[in-house]
Design a protein around this ligand. Structure first.
Ligand SMILES: Nc1ncnc2c1ncn2[C@@H]1O[C@H](COP(=O)(O)OP(=O)(O)OP(=O)(O)O)[C@@H](O)[C@H]1O
Ligand SMILES: [Mg+2]
Length: 217
């Protein structure tokens, strides 16, 4: 049995016990919760998942669908993780595994990642700014380049450094060409099309996908 699984299982069960103690029900979620989470528990959510972790042991998060119809997103991540492993691409994905079922909801563990949306956004911004300067023969340190870039962003509000296309491009361009092509093909094959800034985290200084379920498949 994978060592990480055993460690995650223990930690996640401990978080679940703390959440049950304050009256959290995984199936009804926010709609039926009037308690307060313990100070030691962190929580974040997106459009389809609720995520919890223990501030004292930031090694795993607990991930669960916001409603029964959202369970498929966690399940897909586990499938994708195994597929990535077969191709030797797993280092780009937060490790994940099914842990248990509570209140009819399947609970998954995922490696804790530093999900700092501002950091991703800033890294993506810097990358795209430098590409823009290269393409236009501009000195990135000059005021003129910055003015041109600001004018471009002002005149076209559809350009966004946080969206899936911009973030994916930044992420892939940081890789060596062979792995970049392999990973790009993998993302397309598995319809991982939702890699906006809030879906990427960091393992140390390395960007890693934290939400790779994709959307609308
Ligand atoms: N492995 C992780 N480590 C730390 N925080 C995480 C992790 N996975 C997710 N999070 C946090 O929880 C939030 C919600 O998780 P996630 O993005 O997986 O849910 P989602 O509902 O599928 O999101 P979306 O709205 O993008 O579809 C993330 O934006 C991130 O802030
Ligand atoms: Mg997300």
């Amino acid at each position: 049995m994978d060592n990480r699984f055993e460690r995650a299982k223990e930690r996640i069960e401990n978080i679940i016990a703390q959440l049950k103690e304050v009256g959290w029900n995984f199936e009804s979620g926010w709609s039926n919760f009037e308690g307060n989470f313990p100070n030691s528990i962190g929580e974040a959510s997106g459009a389809s998942r609720q995520v919890f972790w223990d501030y004292d042991n930031e090694d795993f998060v607990l991930k669960v669908g916001l409603g029964p119809e959202d369970a498929k997103y966690c399940e897909k991540e586990e499938t994708v993780y195994h597929a990535a492993k077969e191709q030797g691409l797993e280092k780009y994905f937060g490790w994940t595994a099914y842990i248990c079922t509570v209140d009819n909801m399947d609970i998954y563990a995922m490696e804790f990642l530093d999900c700092d949306e501002c950091r991703v956004s800033d890294d993506s911004y810097q990358y795209h700014y430098h590409v823009y300067c290269d393409e236009n023969g501009l000195d990135p340190d000059s005021d003129y380049a910055r003015e041109q870039w600001d004018d471009l962003l002002d005149s076209d509000w559809t350009i966004c450094m946080d969206d899936s296309d911009a973030v994916t491009e930044w992420f892939l361009d940081g890789l060596l060409w062979q792995e970049r092509d392999e990973l790009a093909e993998f993302l397309s094959d598995w319809k991982i099309n939702d890699l906006h800034a809030a879906n990427v985290g960091y393992r140390g200084n390395m960007p890693v996908f934290a939400d790779y379920a994709g959307w609308g498949w």
